[in-house]
Ligand binder design. Structure first.
Ligand SMILES: CC(C)(COP(=O)(O)OP(=O)(O)OC[C@H]1O[C@@H](n2cnc3c(N)ncnc32)[C@H](O)[C@@H]1OP(=O)(O)O)[C@@H](O)C(=O)NCCC(=O)NCCS
Length: 145
Protein backbone atom coordinates (compact mmCIF):
# COMPACT_ATOMS: atom_id res chain seq x y z
CA UNK A 1 0.00 0.00 0.00
CA UNK A 2 2.88 2.41 0.73
CA UNK A 3 5.30 2.78 -2.17
CA UNK A 4 7.54 5.12 -4.07
CA UNK A 5 5.74 7.61 -6.27
CA UNK A 6 5.50 6.83 -9.97
CA UNK A 7 5.25 9.29 -12.87
CA UNK A 8 1.63 8.25 -13.44
CA UNK A 9 0.76 9.33 -9.86
CA UNK A 10 1.82 12.95 -10.22
CA UNK A 11 -1.46 14.38 -11.45
CA UNK A 12 -3.42 12.71 -8.62
CA UNK A 13 -0.78 13.84 -6.11
CA UNK A 14 -1.12 17.41 -7.32
CA UNK A 15 -4.92 17.31 -7.05
CA UNK A 16 -4.76 15.81 -3.54
CA UNK A 17 -2.14 18.34 -2.44
CA UNK A 18 -4.18 21.27 -3.63
CA UNK A 19 -7.35 19.97 -2.01
CA UNK A 20 -5.72 19.31 1.39
CA UNK A 21 -2.79 21.70 1.86
CA UNK A 22 -2.95 25.42 2.50
CA UNK A 23 -0.51 26.53 -0.18
CA UNK A 24 -1.01 25.97 -3.92
CA UNK A 25 1.44 23.66 -5.66
CA UNK A 26 1.84 23.30 -9.42
CA UNK A 27 2.09 19.95 -11.19
CA UNK A 28 5.53 21.13 -12.38
CA UNK A 29 6.73 21.19 -8.77
CA UNK A 30 5.76 17.54 -8.34
CA UNK A 31 7.37 16.64 -11.67
CA UNK A 32 10.55 18.35 -10.50
CA UNK A 33 10.46 16.50 -7.16
CA UNK A 34 9.91 13.23 -9.01
CA UNK A 35 12.57 13.73 -11.67
CA UNK A 36 15.27 14.99 -9.32
CA UNK A 37 14.51 12.27 -6.76
CA UNK A 38 15.90 14.45 -3.97
CA UNK A 39 14.57 12.30 -1.18
CA UNK A 40 11.56 10.48 0.00
CA UNK A 41 8.42 10.76 -2.18
CA UNK A 42 5.87 8.18 -1.10
CA UNK A 43 2.28 7.33 -1.94
CA UNK A 44 -0.42 5.39 -0.12
CA UNK A 45 -2.74 3.56 -2.51
CA UNK A 46 -5.57 1.09 -2.42
CA UNK A 47 -6.60 -0.66 -5.64
CA UNK A 48 -4.46 1.89 -7.50
CA UNK A 49 -6.42 4.80 -5.99
CA UNK A 50 -4.24 7.47 -4.36
CA UNK A 51 -5.22 7.91 -0.69
CA UNK A 52 -2.24 9.89 0.55
CA UNK A 53 1.29 11.04 -0.16
CA UNK A 54 4.37 12.40 1.59
CA UNK A 55 7.41 14.34 0.38
CA UNK A 56 10.56 14.61 2.50
CA UNK A 57 14.00 15.98 1.66
CA UNK A 58 17.30 15.46 3.48
CA UNK A 59 18.80 18.41 5.37
CA UNK A 60 22.59 18.32 5.86
CA UNK A 61 22.45 14.54 5.67
CA UNK A 62 21.33 14.44 9.31
CA UNK A 63 17.58 15.12 9.17
CA UNK A 64 14.68 14.41 6.90
CA UNK A 65 12.45 17.45 6.47
CA UNK A 66 8.83 16.66 5.68
CA UNK A 67 7.72 19.15 3.01
CA UNK A 68 4.21 17.81 2.57
CA UNK A 69 1.92 15.09 3.82
CA UNK A 70 -1.76 14.73 3.03
CA UNK A 71 -4.42 12.05 3.24
CA UNK A 72 -7.68 12.10 1.29
CA UNK A 73 -10.34 13.77 3.45
CA UNK A 74 -12.69 10.77 3.25
CA UNK A 75 -9.96 8.40 4.45
CA UNK A 76 -8.51 10.16 7.49
CA UNK A 77 -8.19 8.42 10.87
CA UNK A 78 -7.49 5.05 9.24
CA UNK A 79 -3.78 5.04 10.01
CA UNK A 80 -2.68 6.10 6.50
CA UNK A 81 -0.82 9.21 7.68
CA UNK A 82 0.92 7.22 10.41
CA UNK A 83 2.01 4.62 7.85
CA UNK A 84 3.44 7.31 5.57
CA UNK A 85 5.34 8.92 8.46
CA UNK A 86 6.57 5.50 9.62
CA UNK A 87 7.94 4.80 6.13
CA UNK A 88 9.64 8.22 6.08
CA UNK A 89 11.23 7.45 9.46
CA UNK A 90 12.49 4.12 8.10
CA UNK A 91 13.88 5.93 5.03
CA UNK A 92 15.74 8.36 7.32
CA UNK A 93 16.94 5.71 9.74
CA UNK A 94 18.40 3.54 6.95
CA UNK A 95 20.34 6.60 5.76
CA UNK A 96 21.65 7.23 9.29
CA UNK A 97 19.76 10.48 9.77
CA UNK A 98 18.99 11.24 13.39
CA UNK A 99 15.74 13.18 13.21
CA UNK A 100 12.65 14.11 11.27
CA UNK A 101 11.74 17.79 11.20
CA UNK A 102 8.70 19.62 9.86
CA UNK A 103 6.74 22.84 9.95
CA UNK A 104 3.04 22.95 10.76
CA UNK A 105 0.60 25.86 10.88
CA UNK A 106 -0.01 27.01 14.45
CA UNK A 107 -3.75 26.71 13.79
CA UNK A 108 -3.63 23.25 12.20
CA UNK A 109 -4.90 21.36 15.22
CA UNK A 110 -5.53 18.16 13.27
CA UNK A 111 -1.95 17.91 12.11
CA UNK A 112 -0.52 19.00 15.47
CA UNK A 113 -2.59 16.26 17.19
CA UNK A 114 -1.36 13.78 14.59
CA UNK A 115 2.32 14.68 15.00
CA UNK A 116 2.05 14.72 18.80
CA UNK A 117 0.57 11.24 18.69
CA UNK A 118 3.57 10.09 16.62
CA UNK A 119 6.06 11.50 19.14
CA UNK A 120 6.93 14.82 17.48
CA UNK A 121 7.61 17.75 19.81
CA UNK A 122 7.58 21.51 19.20
CA UNK A 123 11.05 22.97 19.02
CA UNK A 124 10.40 26.44 17.62
CA UNK A 125 8.09 28.97 16.05
CA UNK A 126 8.60 30.63 12.66
CA UNK A 127 6.64 33.90 12.42
CA UNK A 128 4.93 34.59 9.06
CA UNK A 129 6.11 31.29 7.59
CA UNK A 130 3.22 30.91 5.14
CA UNK A 131 2.28 33.10 2.18
CA UNK A 132 -0.69 34.47 4.13
CA UNK A 133 1.85 35.50 6.81
CA UNK A 134 0.54 33.05 9.41
CA UNK A 135 2.99 31.34 11.75
CA UNK A 136 4.35 27.81 11.86
CA UNK A 137 5.60 25.61 14.66
CA UNK A 138 8.72 23.58 14.03
CA UNK A 139 8.30 20.00 15.25
CA UNK A 140 10.99 17.36 15.51
CA UNK A 141 11.37 13.72 16.44
CA UNK A 142 14.69 12.03 17.08
CA UNK A 143 14.90 8.55 15.66
CA UNK A 144 17.23 5.73 16.59
CA UNK A 145 19.66 4.65 13.89
C1 LIG B 1 -2.65 15.25 9.26
C2 LIG B 1 -3.07 14.06 8.39
C3 LIG B 1 -1.96 13.75 7.38
C4 LIG B 1 -3.27 12.83 9.31
O1 LIG B 1 -3.51 11.69 8.49
P1 LIG B 1 -4.43 10.46 9.01
O2 LIG B 1 -4.29 9.36 8.04
O3 LIG B 1 -5.80 10.93 9.29
O4 LIG B 1 -3.75 10.11 10.39
P2 LIG B 1 -3.81 8.69 11.15
O5 LIG B 1 -5.14 8.04 10.90
O6 LIG B 1 -2.60 7.90 10.79
O7 LIG B 1 -3.72 9.19 12.66
C5 LIG B 1 -2.88 8.56 13.60
C6 LIG B 1 -3.17 9.15 14.96
O8 LIG B 1 -2.82 10.55 14.95
C7 LIG B 1 -3.77 11.27 15.78
N1 LIG B 1 -4.59 12.14 14.96
C8 LIG B 1 -4.84 12.06 13.64
N2 LIG B 1 -5.67 13.06 13.25
C9 LIG B 1 -5.94 13.76 14.36
C10 LIG B 1 -6.76 14.88 14.61
N3 LIG B 1 -7.49 15.44 13.64
N4 LIG B 1 -6.83 15.36 15.87
C11 LIG B 1 -6.14 14.78 16.87
N5 LIG B 1 -5.34 13.70 16.70
C12 LIG B 1 -5.25 13.19 15.46
C13 LIG B 1 -4.68 10.19 16.40
O9 LIG B 1 -4.13 9.78 17.64
C14 LIG B 1 -4.61 9.08 15.37
O10 LIG B 1 -4.91 7.82 15.90
P3 LIG B 1 -6.46 7.37 16.12
O11 LIG B 1 -7.21 7.72 14.88
O12 LIG B 1 -6.35 5.90 16.38
O13 LIG B 1 -6.94 8.16 17.31
C15 LIG B 1 -4.42 14.34 7.68
O14 LIG B 1 -5.36 14.78 8.64
C16 LIG B 1 -4.33 15.38 6.58
O15 LIG B 1 -4.11 15.06 5.41
N6 LIG B 1 -4.55 16.67 6.93
C17 LIG B 1 -4.60 17.74 5.92
C18 LIG B 1 -3.23 18.07 5.40
C19 LIG B 1 -2.31 18.55 6.49
O16 LIG B 1 -2.68 19.33 7.35
N7 LIG B 1 -1.06 18.07 6.42
C20 LIG B 1 -0.04 18.44 7.37
C21 LIG B 1 0.56 19.74 6.99
S1 LIG B 1 1.89 20.14 8.11
Amino acid sequence: MIGRVEASDLRSVSILANSRLRENYSIELFQHLYEDQPGCFLTAKEDNELLGFLVGVPVNGTSLRILMIAVKSTRTRHGIGAMLMGSAETYASIRKMNSIVLEVGTGNEDAIGFYNHLGYRMTGLIPEYYKDRSDAFVMRKFISM
